[in-house]
Design a protein around this ligand. Sequence first.
Ligand SMILES: Nc1ncnc2c1ncn2[C@@H]1O[C@H](COP(=O)(O)OP(=O)(O)OP(=O)(O)O)[C@@H](O)[C@H]1O
Ligand SMILES: O=C(O)C[C@@H](O)[C@H](O)C(=O)CO
Length: 328
Amino acid sequence: MTMTFSTDKRFDLIAVGRACIDLNATEYNRPMEETMTFSKYVGGSPANIAIGSSKLGLKTGFIGKVSDDQHGRFIQSYMEKVGVDTSQMVKDTEGHKSGLTFTEIKSPKECSILMYRTDVADLNLRPEDVSEGYIAQAKILLISGTALAKSPSREAVFQAVDYAKRQNVPIVFELDYRPYTWQSEEETSVYYKWAAEQSTIVIGTRDEYNILENSEGNSDEQTAKALLSSRAELVIIKHGVDGSIAFEDDGTITHAKAYPSNVLKTFGAGDSYASAFLYALLNGNSVREALQFGGASAAIVVSKHSSSEAMPTVEEIKALLAQHEQSV
Ligand SMILES: Nc1ncnc2c1ncn2[C@@H]1O[C@H](COP(=O)(O)OP(=O)(O)OP(=O)(O)O)[C@@H](O)[C@H]1O
Ligand SMILES: O=C(O)C[C@@H](O)[C@H](O)C(=O)CO
């Protein structure tokens, strides 16, 4: 199946949610206690996806709140530099800081992230910061789960979703579960179920769907069937190095393998996967091709030090796909 989207829109994708700072250990293959230096990048799943989408050539917008300091200026400047529209990026006026994510690379397979997110600017995005006219200009609106973790960001997402539905803009829900900030998994499940019921496309890992369902017993088929019985037309379930699966509302199920990669770190896979997957769909490719694009993008990003800065071009993705075809 190929999905169809509006053609006469200013933006292909608008993402709403956090834009933060990644501080990735430069001395890797050791615990963070032994790390003395870090490299700074823009981070935050929605921002990473917006950056990845823009670097692939999608016309990309962003709605989010950043700190009114050097970090906030760095974030806005970098996102503008890579082509993301930041006209709706709001500077916090109450002293809230941009989130910091310290990443630990103990080994290529043992990575962790340490997130400093107490009362961060992005979770202080307010409903009045969201413009219906701006959202109306998008082919799709991407929402991420973490933005639902705390008010007033939660209500800002409600507002964005309401505007998108009023303007017939399909919603993509990237589950993006980060335990920080949530009061409980039960709380998360309530809001994730609501968001999934509003969305045309839902993307997440098996573990994230378990959080949505507040259960660990369901199969991918059961999860997809439940979501496709609502508004969803496409459900993507990611399985790390075991690849990903797409479930469509016409009953089609498509499996895609992960591509071999010289892995430096594991994180960044999901955001690069999402941006390339959506790029392929928005450009009329089949779901299978979109899965392959997403997987190839992820294989590139996990081999590099950053998430955002490492987001590949279309040419890099196509080169990896061609190389893989030759090696099969
Ligand atoms: N080590 C890897 N090597 C190659 N491809 C990978 C690797 N890890 C993940 N991928 C690809 O990226 C996709 C998404 O990865 P994953 O399922 O880990 O999502 P995620 O947990 O959201 O990612 P992240 O670690 O960025 O949060 C996978 O379906 C797979 O195609
Ligand atoms: O999403 C986050 O807040 C963390 C990201 O900035 C980081 O790049 C990562 O873990 C991506 O998977």
